[in-house]
Design a protein. Sequence first.
Length: 57
Amino acid sequence: METCEIKELRKKILNGLNLSYRKLLEARKQQNETLVVSEGGKVVLLEAKKVRLKVFK
């Protein structure tokens, strides 16, 4: 693959991850559920309505 093809593929993958993350977060907020995430190697439960949207770059 050429460099520009790799960059384009990377961009598409990151856009897909961002979209799926937003959908997951929005669904959890609507259902008033918690998210299970890893922070610093520890499992943490977070209320979805208090989570701020992070964008992967």
